[in-house]
Design a protein around this ligand. Structure first.
Ligand code: FAD
Ligand code: SF4
Length: 508
C-alpha cells in the first residue's frame, strides 16, 4: 500500500487535490468519527448529526466509485476520542508510505495530525485547500504593509482578480457595493409570501446516526430527529438552485431584517454545504452571476450575495490563518462574565433572544444579523468572556467550523481582537432590533426605555457598555456620536442605568 488519504468531516469532496493522483489499486481513504470533536465544545445534536450523516454518505459515495474507505464509526467497539489517536492506530496497523490531507479548517488539528504521523513514523503531506478563491499567501500579499485591513478593499481586489461583476474594468451597476440597499426592514406587514425551503431527509442513515448520538452524546443540547439539511453534493446543489430560483431576487433588500417565527426568510441556507465542501464557493457565485446575466435577479441581490462569499467568507479565512493561534486568546475589552443559562434553551422573556435561541437549538441555524445583533450583541453588552461566546457559536450552528466561526464571533461580534475584523464594536440599543424586526411588539420590555421595570435589557446594557468602556472607545473616531449621547445623560439617570445593568449582568 502507498498513500492514506485522510478526509476530515469538513472535507467531503473528491474534487480536492488529495484525490488528484489517487490510485484505486494502492491508496485508501481514512475517515473517523471521534468523540472529542463533539466534546471539546458542547456540540449540539443538530451539528454533530450533520457531520456524521454527511461523512457516512460521502464514504458510501466513494465506495460506489471503487475507492477503498477505512471508516471508524463512533459506536464501533473501539472508540477514539481524537483524530490523532484514530490515525496513529490506523497507521500502526498498516504499511503506509505517506498520509495526504487537505489543510484542516482548524489550527489545532494540524498539530494533532502532525504529531500522529510523527509518532507512527509516516510522512505527512498537507495540501492546499483549493476550494477557496484566496489562499493564505495571497491573503498575506494583500495584507502586507497595511496598517488596517478592511474587507471592502480585499473584496474589490478579489472582484478584479477573478473578473466577477466587472464590466469594462468597472464594477457592474456602477458601484462596488450595494450595502446601503441591503438594510431594509419588512415594515409592519412582514415579509412577502416565502417559498418553503427544501428539506432533505436522509432516511436510514439518519436513524443510525441518531442511535449513535443517543448512546454517546445523550446529554448534548438540541435534537437530531427533525434533521433536514443537505448532506450530499446532489442535495447541496439542489438547495443552491432552489435559492437561486426562489429567493435570490428578494435576498438583497432584506438581508438584515428579522421576523418572529421566520428563521429562514430569503437566505440561501448553504453555509453548511459550503463549509463541508459539498459545493464550492465558485459554484455558488457562478450560479448567482448567471441569474444576474439572465435578468432574473437585481444587482443589489447578486452583489450582496457575492460580497458575502467572495468578500466576507474569504476575508475571515485570511484573518484566521494570519492571526492564529494567538487570536484565540484575544480579549481587548477584558470581558470575564459568563453566558446566562438561557443561551442553551431560550427560556427568557426577551422576545428577540427567545426567538433566535429557540430556532438555533431547533434548526442549528440563524441568519447573520440574528447572530451579530441579537445573541452576539447581548453577550458583548453583558461582558461575556469571548472564549465562552466562541464555544457557544461553535457548538450550536450547523455551519460552525473554527476558521469561519472564530473571526466572526471573537472579532466581528465581540470586538475582542481590538478592531482587526471590525472598525468599531457593533453596539446598539434595543431600538436597532425594533427597527429591523417585529420582536419588540410582542415583548414585555420597551426598547426605548433605559431604566425602570419595563426597560429593554439591550438598551440598559448598551448605555452601561458605553459608560464602562468610555476610555477605550474614545480613541475611536467612529464612536464619537454614540459617546456624545452618553455625555448627555444626567448623573442620576446614569446611576440608575449602572445599577440596573449590574443586576442584569449578574443573572445566571
Ligand atoms: P446567507 O445570508 O445566504 O449568505 C450567503 C453565504 O455567504 C453564506 O452561506 C456564507 O457562506 C457566506 N457568508 C455570509 N456572511 C458571512 C460571514 N460573516 N463570514 C463568512 N461567510 C459569510 N458562518 C459560517 O459559515 N460558520 C460559522 O460558524 C459562522 N459563525 C458566525 C458567528 C457569528 C457571531 C456571526 C456574526 C456570523 C457567523 N457566520 C458564520 C456568518 C454568517 O452568519 C453565516 O455564514 C450565515 O448566516 C449562514 O447562513 P446562509 O447560508 O443562509 O447565508
Ligand atoms: Fe428584544 Fe428589547 Fe425588543 Fe424585547 S424590547 S424584543 S428585549 S430588543
Amino acid at each position: 500500500t502507498r498513500n492514506l488519504v485522510l478526509v476530515l468531516g469538513d472535507q467531503l469532496s473528491d474534487r480536492l487535490q488529495t484525490f488528484a493522483e489517487f490510485d484505486r489499486k494502492q491508496d485508501k481513504v481514512f475517515m473517523a468519527e471521534v468523540t472529542g470533536e463533539s466534546r471539546y465544545v458542547w456540540s449540539s445534536k443538530m451539528r454533530t448529526t450533520l457531520f456524521l450523516v454527511a461523512m457516512r454518505r460521502f464514504a458510501e459515495n466513494l465506495r460506489g466509485k471503487g475507492i477503498d474507505v477505512l471508516y471508524r464509526k463512533l459506536d464501533d467497539s473501539k472508540r477514539f476520542d481524537s483524530i490523532g489517536s484514530a490515525l496513529v492506530t490506523e497507521l500502526e496497523e498498516g504499511n503506509w508510505q505517506k498520509v495526504l490531507v487537505t489543510q484542516p479548517g482548524e489550527y489545532r488539528l494540524i498539530a494533532e495530525i502532525e504529531s500522529a504521523c510523527e509518532e507512527a513514523g509516516v510522512e505527512l503531506v498537507i495540501l492546499e485547500d483549493d476550494s477557496f478563491y484566496c489562499n493564505a499567501s495571497r491573503f498575506d500579499e494583500y495584507a502586507k504593509g497595511k496598517k488596517q485591513l478592511r474587507m471592502e478593499y480585499f473584496y474589490r481586489e478579489m472582484r478584479r482578480e477573478h473578473s466577477i461583476l466587472m464590466e469594462d474594468g468597472e464594477p457592474a451597476g456602477g458601484k462596488w457595493n450595494f450595502d446601503s440597499s441591503n438594510r431594509k426592514s419588512f415594515g409592519k406587514g412582514g415579509p412577502e409570501a416565502l417559498f418553503p425551503r427544501k428539506r432533505f431527509k436522509p432516511g436510514k442513515v439518519l436513524e443510525d446516526v441518531t442511535r449513535s448520538m443517543d448512546t454517546v452524546f445523550a446529554d448534548h443540547p438540541g435534537f437530531s430527529e427533525d434533521f433536514d439539511w443537505p448532506t450530499t453534493r446532489e442535495e447541496a446543489l439542489e438547495a443552491l438552485s432552489d435559492f437561486i430560483d426562489n429567493n435570490l431576487a428578494q435576498f438583497g433588500a432584506h438581508q438584515d431584517a428579522m421576523w418572529n417565527g421566520e428563521p429562514f426568510l430569503n437566505h440561501s441556507l448553504i453555509s453548511s454545504s459550503l463549509n463541508l465542501k459539498l459545493i464550492d464557493a465558485r459554484e455558488a457565485v457562478d450560479a448567482a452571476l448567471e441569474a444576474y446575466e439572465k435578468g432574473r435577479a437585481p444587482i443589489e441581490s447578486v452583489e450582496g450575495f457575492v460580497r458575502q462569499i467572495l468578500g466576507w467568507r474569504e476575508y475571515v479565512r485570511g484573518i484566521y490563518w494570519r492571526y492564529m493561534p494567538d487570536y484565540l486568546d484575544r480579549n481587548e475589552l477584558g470581558a470575564t462574565n459568563t453566558l446566562p443559562k438561557f443561551y442553551w434553551d431560550g427560556s427568557t422573556d426577551m422576545s428577540c433572544m427567545r426567538d433566535v435561541i429557540t430556532q438555533t437549538i431547533k434548526h442549528g441555524y440563524a441568519h447573520h444579523i440574528q447572530r451579530l445583533m441579537v445573541t452576539g450583541l447581548y453577550a458583548l453588552l453583558r461582558g461575556v468572556d469571548p472564549k465562552e461566546v466562541h464555544g457557544w457559536y461553535l457548538a450550536v450552528y450547523i455551519d460552525a467550523v473554527e476558521w469561519v466561526e472564530l473571526p466572526n464571533t471573537l472579532g466581528m461580534s465581540q470586538y475582542a481582537d481590538g478592531g482587526v475584523m471590525a472598525s468599531k464594536p457593533y453596539v446598539a440599543s434595543g431600538k436597532y432590533i425594533d427597527k429591523m424586526s417585529n420582536y419588540c411588539s410582542s415583548c414585555r420590555y420597551d426598547p426605548s426605555l433605559r431604566s425602570g421595570k419595563d426597560a429593554c435589557p439591550f438598551t440598559v446594557l448598551y448605555w452601561d457598555f458605553l459608560d464602562r468602556h468610555k476610555k477605550i472607545l474614545q480613541s475611536n473616531s467612529r464612536m464619537t456620536m454614540q459617546l456624545r449621547n452618553l455625555d448627555r445623560l444626567d448623573a442620576k439617570e446614569l446611576e440608575k442605568v449602572r445599577s440596573q445593568a449590574r443586576e442584569l449582568k449578574s443573572t445566571k
